[in-house]
Ligand binder design. Structure first.
Ligand SMILES: Cc1ncc(COP(=O)(O)O)c(C=O)c1O
Length: 427
């Protein structure tokens, strides 16, 4: 049975955190998409430049898509690359053509990922997503009844429940550090994790920037503290990979995970697992098969069998698109869009913004409660009337709306989100 868009949105809204889809038709006529190369970025990018970026996305112009924390659309060079490579293979499905693609496309993507993250290709595994990367770590370390893992309560289930499930099987203990609302500051969190360490602690699994409140964590400091105590770190970077100018050479976690289909705007079902060269001998492969990567840890962890080569080629294209704009420039833009929202929403009577505006406590996600309004109705209204695609946070834990703007959003769209909130609050 086909659902109308409204029924679809309502079905989604029934389950906890849900992205809401506007009921308007996503008409092809209001597009001004171009496949022309992105103009050279000015030294100080203005709104015109960001509109040029937006013109490389198939997003309808009357949809305000602020749901990057969940999944991102890809720019035209990525869409076209995926299509062209798939088509090329289907027209010439010879093993020779395929193996060239497989080898060159995948390794080019690995090199670009390494540069983007300030590390080496030997430390990069190309996965399906953050979920897989996190699970490769919790399944791949040799842990037993003598060992303990510390997790953070605001972690994604793949870095929280996954540890608890595996603890039942392998016998290690899991201790949970509780999140604090509002963000108590970097030192407080470094201290909380330091105090939780015991002589049995082997790893701390935490999140770079949480999807529940947008809280940014002092990743470098927590990793340094853990290293000084002989404890490994798994840093879940689902909300920072491709959003912030992440330099793993500087942060120095043992493991870092991310999804290319989120902030990097890459093809779907593509991700990264960074394994610090110091711990290559500490992790076992979860999948043992053929066609591994060509260098470093990918030889051990990436033998996943047949893959969609076109997707790996398109991943490289996504990174090139991103790099042509610039890592620091993108981070600054995301901070500008989110910062504007936090500032304006805080001014509205009754609105509670969970996200702390200080640059060391947040960056690219904003979560807020719309006064006494029912968050579900509020987000439905914004979806229906304004075309806002955001994430509803239902339930009791920080209920409200999560807005995650990206490089395809304009300042005008942020103003429209604020105006729509005002209208719904009757202000
Ligand atoms: C912090 C965090 N980790 C992991 C994930 C899982 O990402 P994926 O479904 O791409 O594996 C998410 C998804 O939103 C997330 O926010």
């Amino acid at each position: 049975m086909a659902l109308t868009r409204r029924e679809f949105a309502q079905a989604f809204a029934l389950s906890g955190t849900a992205a809401l889809f506007p009921s308007r038709a996503w008409g092809m006529d209001d597009f001004d998409v171009t496949t022309a190369p992105l103009p050279r970025r000015p030294a100080a990018p203005d709104e015109k430049y960001w509109q040029d970026v937006r013109a490389r996305f198939l997003l309808p112009r009357d949809v305000i898509f602020v749901n990057a924390a969940n999944l991102c659309p890809s720019p035209m060079p990525v869409v076209e690359s995926l299509y062209a490579t798939t088509r090329g293979y289907e027209a010439n499905p010879s093993p020779a053509a395929r193996s060239a693609l497989m080898r060159d496309g995948r390794e080019a993507a690995r090199t670009l990922l390494a540069t983007m993250l300030g590390t080496t290709a030997e430390e990069i595994v190309i996965t399906r997503n953050t979920s897989e990367g996190n699970n490769y770590v919790s399944s791949g370390l040799q842990l037993g009844p003598e060992d303990e893992v510390i997790v953070f309560s605001d972690n994604h289930p793949t870095n929280l429940n996954a540890w608890r499930e595996k603890a039942k099987r392998f016998g290690f203990t899991v201790t949970t550090v509780q999140h604090v609302v509002p963000h108590p500051g970097a030192d407080h969190y470094v201290d909380l994790f330091a105090k939780a360490i015991t002589p049995r602690t082997r790893l701390i699994g935490f999140t770079h920037l949480t999807s529940n409140s947008g809280d940014l964590f002092p990743a470098k400091e927590i990793c340094a503290m853990a290293r000084s105590r002989g404890v490994l770190t798994l840093l879940d970077g689902a909300q920072t990979f491709g959003a912030l100018d992440v330099n793993l050479g500087d942060i120095r976690p043992d493991f870092y995970t991310g999804s290319a289909h989120k902030w990097p705007c890459g093809p779907k079902e593509c991700g990264v697992l960074f394994v610090n060269k110091d711990v290559h001998d500490r992790i076992w492969p979860s999948v043992i098969g053929v066609y591994p990567g060509a260098v470093g840890i990918s030889r051990k962890l990436e033998g996943m069998g047949q893959r969609d080569d076109a997707r790996l080629v398109a991943l490289a294209e996504a990174i090139r698109f991103r790099e042509s704009i610039g890592r620091a420039v993108i981070e600054e833009r995301l901070r500008q869009l989110s910062g504007f929202l936090v500032g304006e929403l805080k001014k509205l009577d009754g609105v509670h913004v969970y996200t702390d505006p200080s640059p060391d406590r947040s960056a690219n996600l904003v979560v807020f409660r719309p006064g006494s309004l029912d968050p579900r109705r509020f987000s439905m209204a914004l979806a229906e009337k304004d075309g806002v695609v955001a994430t509803l946070r239902g339930g009791q834990d920080r209920p409200g709306l999560r807005i995650s703007p990206h490089l395809y959003n304009t300042m005008d769209e942020m103003e429209r989100v604020v105006a729509a909130t005002k209208r719904e609050l009757g202000l």
